[in-house]
Design a protein around this ligand. Structure first.
Ligand code: URA
Length: 239
């Protein structure tokens, strides 16, 4: 894929975009062994770019599994709240192995939801995973209060009417435990609408007090993974 030289330099070195432009102007950059001062020059995978005599390698695609903490939002930036991208920037060993630009979370978890979130720079994979046509499974663990309807499992399997807005696709509900006024549920969805788990549970009498995503496609959240921790994974671990 062709990229502008100044963008390539800032994405694959410690320089910001404006520092990359200064380095270009100062003749510190060579493209295929010749000094190149033009930031707009297109570079492809077959080109060799050197900065101060060191070859810059394209960082390629990265996939970061984050055990998202509550209180952090699933966005690239925000003026008020900490974002999942702030967590990446605050983890030097992760940041060093990533391109600086172009990372984003695949889909969203609510601010108060914990658990599995993948952060990547792979727009194609993200598009495929989020496409409603692909029916990628997402599994959640929900701790709820309220009195779960007796026919909740069947209603989830048939597709629940959520308010008067839409009928959810058939989903799998497993009751892990239930006693007076409390239940722990596992829910597998193949779509990802706004507050979907919370709203579907509400329809069957359960109010979600704690929600955690434990699987996305094939990728499971390791049980021993501390909240807030990140690990690199491969695309084939997810799909
Ligand atoms: N469903 C919800 O209600 N919240 C989430 O964060 C994810 C799924």
């Amino acid at each position: 894929m062709a990229d502008r030289l100044d963008k390539f330099i800032s994405a694959n070195s410690s320089l910001t975009r404006s520092e990359a432009k200064s380095a270009l102007a100062a003749g510190r950059v060579t493209l295929n062994s010749s000094v190149c001062k033009k930031g707009e020059t297109k570079v492809t995978d077959s080109d060799t770019v050197m900065l101060d005599g060191n070859t810059l390698k394209a960082a390629g695609m990265v996939y970061i599994l984050l055990n998202k903490p509550a209180g952090v939002i699933s966005a690239t930036e925000d003026t008020r709240d900490r974002t999942v991208l702030d967590l990446v920037k605050e983890a030097p060993w992760i940041r060093e192995k990533c391109p600086k630009n172009g990372l984003f979370p695949i889909g969203r978890l609510d601010k108060d939801t914990e658990g599995l979130l993948v952060i990547t720079n792979d727009g194609v994979l993200s598009h495929n995973l989020l496409s409603p046509k692909k029916h990628v499974e997402k599994e959640y663990l929900a701790v709820c209060t309220g009195c779960l309807a007796k026919d909740a499992v069947q209603r989830f399997a048939e597709g629940i009417e959520v308010g008067c807005e839409y009928k959810a696709l058939p989903a799998k509900l497993t009751v892990v435990s239930a006693d007076d006024g409390n239940c722990t549920l596992k829910i597998v969805l193949t779509e990802g609408r706004f507050h979907q788990v919370k709203r579907m549970c509400h329809e069957v009498g359960a109010e979600v007090e704690y929600l955690k995503r434990i699987r996305f496609g094939k990728l499971e959240l390791p049980e021993d993974m501390p909240v807030g921790e990140m690990r690199f994974v491969k695309a084939e671990d997810i799909v």
